[in-house]
Structure formats: structure tokens, C-alpha cells
Design a protein around this ligand. Structure first.
Ligand SMILES: Nc1nc2c(ncn2[C@@H]2O[C@H](COP(=O)(O)OP(=O)(O)O)[C@@H](O)[C@H]2O)c(=O)[nH]1
Ligand SMILES: [Mg+2]
Length: 500
């Protein structure tokens, strides 16, 4: 095992459990060093390839991991703990190490589920391996724990007994992935987002709106039919491929898929919601793109943009029928996940930014855990609606209570698809956000109808971020301020490693 770890990009594993006495490491590979061994080793020279951690170090890792996951009273009230599972990419600057950590609950000797964290450690500067291969690593880890959880049901077997399991059922699987990485391992994360759809479906206009907001899109050399731009966001370089939709080009994307579609991290698929005549054609094109993406086995998430849903037509019967029709069609050809559909209009830039940020957040392995923490934070502070925004207005995490749905007048039936609605209310939120930013204050309160919006600026290392709370009364501010530091402690590292 130790030898394998030396030659692998994977430098170690730490498995910890939230026991009676709090977070504690249970298994660690390579084995930790005692302070005495450490002294001896530091006199030798060949210690480069190997991760050297003391018991104190792995305890520190355990505490950090589990405190991101388990904070409070709310988690323990959840009924179905066994179903909760998160992955996150976390930094440990003290050890120059980054982990992909898997959080889940197990039952040990009792009926009460206990929280666990399992970290796969790599060197900080090879962390792009984790981001780029997440989709392949997750099933290996998941399968491993499905059986490992049973092995530790009664008692934790001695380390030497379970070492072969970690080696054969886990490490070797990960090394297989390392041997055929999706992308060459670099220090900087690069992502590719595709914008596809028939010609005239609004792709270029969408990108122009994003551009107007960021004014930092960098135009790159166009490839026949595709115009590529790049954007720096949250520490990563994101390449945006606008795939012109004329018929000749469409064939080319499919035939030369290894250039256009290979290694796409995300696809925005555009359908002009006004143009019913071309729905069939558009669905056919989508299907052929999906076929190719499936062939690459990439699991590329797709966000559906129903474009041209301008506020003056969105409520007409014709458009409602069109939307229903498209939704049914999409549901038919997509079996797996719930569909992510956004109705956008270039006349309401917020609809575009919402859709765009939802796409970016899909690229974040940490989004679910951040949302989990934001939810707990919102419940303890009685916030109806809480948004965590980047300084560009990207929504990095969000929470909506049932009350929020009523306040912003979104029909219950649409709760799963909040942003399907063009929601002029969100345009209001966004305008207030712009106003708040112009004020350059740490905090401000805005009154809207029967409720209050509280904005807070937060600082995560060199990044400014913002929290928006929709609350019933200004008095909530006190609780929010009281709970804020705990929330930030829990979320800071997750935000630092949001997408890169
Ligand atoms: N009313 C309306 N028109 C739009 C919207 N988005 C794009 N368009 C128009 O649709 C046409 C095609 O848009 P374009 O972005 O060039 O489509 P592309 O071929 O997919 O890149 C242009 O005339 C746009 O002005 C929208 O949200 N509302
Ligand atoms: Mg275009």
C-alpha cells in the first residue's frame, strides 16, 4: 500500500467518524508518524514522495472535515440521515494537500447513525485531477463503502486487517483512473461549456448578455462555426463554445465530435420557445448531441434554455402550451435527473444570469454541501430566502423556505423549478443587489412590501461575496449576525474550492 501511494497521485486516505468524543480519525494510510519517528525521518533525505502526517495532523483533518458537515441541532432532527451523502473538495493548506471528501452516515453498534468523512488526499497542485475525474471517482468510492460500512458495523477491525480492502477495492480502482485521466493533470482548472441549439435560438444573444454583465469575456480564435470565448471565474478558466446552429455546422459537430463535444463539462441547450414549427427539428438535434455525449461517457450535465420568454408573451396561452409541450418532450428523452429548465429573456438580464450561474454551480463539487450548510443557517435564523452571491452576481448557493415561495408568489407546483418562472421579483432582488454594491457598505437593509432584505458583504480571502436574506423583520439581523461566523467557518473552505 505505502509503495503504491508513493508512486500514485493519490497520497493518502483518512477515514474519520464523529464519535462520542467528537471527530476522531479511525483509519489512515499511509500510517501516521509518531513525533519520535518524525524526528528520525527529518534527518533522512528521501521523504519526498510520501505524505507524512502525525496523529495530530490527522486529528486536525478529521475535525475540519466533520465540522463542515455536522454543526448543529438541525442535522440530528433529520429523519433519513442514511440517505445523506455529500462530496466536497477541501483544502488543507497546512499540509499542501487537497482532498476529495465523501460524507455519509453509518450505523455502528447502535441505532443512531454517526457521521463519517473519508478523504482522498492529493497534493495541492494536482487537485485538478480530483475536479476533472470526480464523475469517475465517485462510483468507486461509493461502491467501496457499500461493503465497507458492513465490515465496521460492530467494531472497527484492526488497521492491518482492512488495509487490503483499501488497497484492492479502492486504491487500485483510483489508480486505474489515474492511468487514463480525462484531462491531462494541470495546476489550473480549465472547463469547457457548450452553447448549442438551432440557429436563431438565442445562443449568441445569451452570451452577449453574460458578456455585458462581466465585460471580461475574452474572444478567442473562431473555429469553423464555433466562436470560443473565455472567462475567468472563481479561480478557473471557463471556455464558452458558441456552436452556430446552421445545418451544415450541426453535422460537423457530430462528425468531428472529438473536437467540439469531447470533454464538455456542461451543455446549455437552447430552444426558441416561440417557434413551435421547429420544435421537432430542435429535439432531433438535441438527441443526436446526447447520443454523441453518451458515447464519450462523459456525463455532461445539460441545462435547457427556453429562450425568448419575454415578459409580455410569457403568460399567453400559446406560450404556456409551447412550454408544456417542450417539457414533455424533454422529459421523454431524458431519463435520469430532474430536468433543469430555465425560461430566459434578453430583456430581463437576471433570467440569463440565473441560468448561467446555475450552470456554473453545476461544475462545483461543493455546491451540495454549501447548500446544506446554508439551509441549516437559514433555518436557525428564520430567513425565508437566502442567496450566496459572488461579486458578479452569480448565485453560488441558495435556500428557499415555503414562506419564500408564497412571498415571491411562485405557485407551489413549480417549487422544484423555481427559476422556470421569469419572476420579475428576482429582477427586483437583482436591482437591489446592484444598489447595495454601489453603496460599498458592509451591510444594508432594504424594505420590500411586507418584508425586509438584508445584504451582507463577506470576505473569503481575497474574494468579496454577498449574502442576501429575505426576512420578515429587521430584528432577525441580530440572530443572523450571531450565527454568521459559524456559517462562514463552515463554508469558507468549500467556497475557496468552489470550482477550482
Ligand atoms: N424577443 C426576444 N428575442 C430574442 C431573445 N434572444 C434572442 N433574440 C433574438 O433572436 C434572434 C436570434 O438570436 P441569436 O442570439 O443570434 O441566435 P443564435 O443563432 O442561436 O445565436 C436575434 O434577432 C435576437 O435578437 C429574447 O430573449 N427575446
Ligand atoms: Mg449565433
Amino acid at each position: 500500500m505505502e509503495e503504491l501511494l508513493k508512486s500514485s497521485i493519490i497520497k493518502g486516505f483518512v477515514f474519520s467518524v464523529y464519535g462520542e468524543l467528537g471527530p476522531a480519525p479511525i483509519y489512515c494510510f499511509p500510517n501516521y508518524y509518531t513525533e519520535k519517528e518524525l524526528k528520525e525521518i527529518s534527518e533522512e533525505s528521501n521523504r519526498e514522495d510520501n505524505l507524512i502526517l502525525t496523529y495530530r495532523d490527522i486529528t486536525q483533518i478529521s475535525i475540519k472535515n466533520l465540522s463542515l458537515f455536522i454543526s448543529d441541532k438541525i442535522v440530528s432532527q433529520e429523519t433519513d440521515l442514511q440517505k445523506i451523502q455529500y462530496y466536497a473538495i477541501l483544502p488543507y493548506p497546512d499540509f499542501n494537500t487537497t482532498s476529495l471528501t465523501y460524507f455519509h452516515f453509518i450505523r455502528i453498534n447502535s441505532d443512531h447513525p454517526v457521521a463519517t468523512a473519508f478523504s482522498i488526499l492529493v497534493e495541492e497542485n494536482s487537485r485538478s485531477f480530483l475536479y476533472n475525474n470526480m464523475n469517475r471517482i465517485k462510483p468507486v468510492v461509493y461502491e467501496f463503502f457499500k461493503s465497507f460500512d458492513k465490515d465496521i458495523e460492530k467494531i472497527y477491525p484492526p488497521r492491518q486487517d482492512i488495509e487490503p480492502l483499501f488497497r484492492d477495492d479502492l486504491l487500485l480502482g483510483l489508480i486505474e483512473i489515474e492511468k487514463s485521466p480525462s484531462t491531462p493533470i494541470t495546476t489550473h482548472r480549465k472547463m469547457k461549456i457548450l452553447f448549442a441549439g438551432l440557429d436563431d435560438s438565442g445562443k449568441t444573444s445569451f452570451l452577449l448578455s453574460v458578456d455585458r454583465k462581466y465585460s471580461k469575456l475574452i474572444g478567442l480564435k473562431p473555429t469553423a462555426g464555433a466562436s470560443i470565448k473565455s472567462i475567468e471565474a472563481l479561480g478557473a478558466t471557463i471556455f464558452l463554445w458558441d456552436l452556430g446552429g446552421q445545418f451544415v455546422f450541426r453535422e460537423k459537430y457530430i462528425n468531428k465530435a472529438e473536437i467540439y463535444l469531447y470533454e464538455a463539462d456542461l451543455l446549455f441547450y437552447f430552444i426558441d420557445i416561440k417557434n413551435r414549427k421547429r420544435f421537432e427539428e430542435s429535439i432531433d438535434y438535441l438527441q443526436s448531441l446526447k447520443n454523441v455525449l453518451n458515447k464519450f461517457n462523459q456525463n455532461t450535465p445539460i441545462i435547457y434554455i427556453l429562450s425568448k420568454g419575454d415578459s409580455d408573451v410569457i403568460k399567453t396561452l400559446e406560450l404556456k402550451e409551447n412550454i408544456e409541450f417542450i417539457k414533455k418532450k424533454l422529459a421523454k428523452i431524458t431519463s435520469d435527473e430532474p430536468l433543469e429548465i430555465f425560461i430566459t429573456s434578453i430583456f430581463q438580464i437576471f433570467t440569463i444570469l440565473r441560468a448561467f450561474s446555475s450552470g456554473i454551480s453545476k461544475l462545483s463539487p461543493n455546491r451540495d454541501l454549501i447548500n446544506h450548510n446554508l439551509r441549516n443557517f437559514s433555518l436557525t435564523t428564520n430567513s425565508y430566502l437566502t442567496l450566496l452571491l459572488s461579486s458578479d452576481g452569480l448565485v453560488l448557493a441558495d435556500f428557499y423556505s415555503n414562506e419564500a415561495m408564497e412571498l415571491i408568489k411562485i405557485p407551489k407546483a413549480d417549487v422544484m423549478n423555481v427559476f422556470e418562472v421569469t419572476a420579475p421579483q428576482f429582477t427586483v432582488l437583482f436591482k437591489i443587489f446592484a444598489k447595495f454594491k454601489a453603496l460599498q457598505k458592509e451591510e444594508a437593509i432594504f424594505k420590500v412590501a411586507n418584508s425586509v432584505i438584508l445584504f451582507k458583504k463577506i470576505q473569503i480571502e481575497e474574494n468579496n461575496m454577498f449574502l442576501l436574506f429575505l426576512i420578515d423583520d429587521e430584528k432577525r439581523k441580530k440572530t443572523i449576525n450571531k450565527q454568521l461566523s459559524e456559517f462562514l467557518n463552515q463554508t469558507k473552505d468549500l467556497l475557496l474550492r468552489y470550482i477550482a
